[in-house]
Design a protein around this ligand. Structure first.
Ligand code: MF3
Ligand code: CO
Length: 262
């Protein structure tokens, strides 16, 4: 496969459909954020998400997903608390004051996927978790700012790493951002680190899901016995933000952003 040749450039009609999926993801993620309160369980959030997916006429991107021999993912959201990095499975665990919850959510609508994640403070959180959350969100904003025609693919991850490490944090290397469209995960893989100025040039019509995961401690993660939940190896806190983003002739369009979302 020639480098870069497998990155899809979307037609206007495809972009409309990606926008439809992305906006549904953004709207539902806002409702999930609002429901993430002390005493709610992560299974409650999954149930709410299932109801809202049905109401909007979409289907889950995550339910039943199982690449590389992994067990089929059993829920429509990923809920990752505190030292959990990504892919936490909803269950009976109650959220409590001071928790840091990442909610990752995707739907397919009219043949195209949208994928977005946000990290929510449950009740009152301390200064350090707050700074982690804000830095991770800022690292995604910095990445999005690089997503203009003529820049190169590795400029995206470089921006994430510069922001996170500049604040003394570590970026997770084991999970990456991705192309997205008719499949949830399409080429290319987009690491959240690396030197700038490498890889294919960005073109209008390319659509990527960019998802920085940032840890207060080291970058190492391990996966629990459920084969999905990734946690920091050192038990430190982790945050995660994600958007699905379209490269245009000028400013990038954040397809999963709605009024009131990050
Ligand atoms: N945003 C996550 C990712 O791209 C979504 C995982 S979907 C799951 O990896 F089904 F694998 F959980
Ligand atoms: Co993703």
């Amino acid at each position: 496969m020639a480098l870069g040749s497998s990155i899809s450039v979307r037609t206007r009609r495809e972009i409309e459909r990606l926008r439809g999926a992305g906006q549904r993801v953004g709207e539902i993620l806002l409702e999930l954020r609002a429901a993430a309160k002390p005493g709610a369980t992560t299974a409650d959030l999954d149930q709410l998400a299932r109801k809202l997916i049905k109401k909007t006429g979409a289907e889950s991107s995550f339910l039943g997903y199982g690449p590389y021999g992994l067990p089929a993912y059993p829920a429509v959201v990923c809920t990752s608390i505190n030292a959990e990095v990504v892919h936490g499975i909803p269950g009976p665990r109650e959220l409590k004051d001071g928790d840091l919850l990442s909610i990752d959510f995707g739907v397919i609508h009219d043949g195209f996927h949208g994928d977005s994640a946000t990290t929510v403070a449950i009740g009152e959180i301390g200064d350090e978790p707050r700074r982690l959350l804000e830095t991770t969100a800022a690292s995604l904003d910095d990445a999005i700012a690089q997503m203009v025609p003529g820049n190169r693919l590795s400029d995206i991850g470089h921006a994430v790493q510069a922001r996170a490490e500049g604040e003394g944090y570590a970026v997770v290397k084991q999970f990456v951002g991705h192309g997205i469209g008719r499949e949830l995960h399409e080429p290319p893989q987009i690491p959240n680190y690396g030197p700038p100025g490498r890889g294919p040039r960005l073109k209008p019509g390319m659509v990527f899901a960019i998802e920085p995961m940032v840890n207060i401690g080291g970058d190492a993660v391990r996966v629990l016995d459920d084969q999905w939940t990734a946690v920091t190896a050192d038990g430190s806190l982790s945050a995660h933000f994600e958007h699905t983003i379209l490269i245009t002739d000028d400013e990038p369009e954040v397809l999963t952003r709605v009024e009131g979302s990050h």
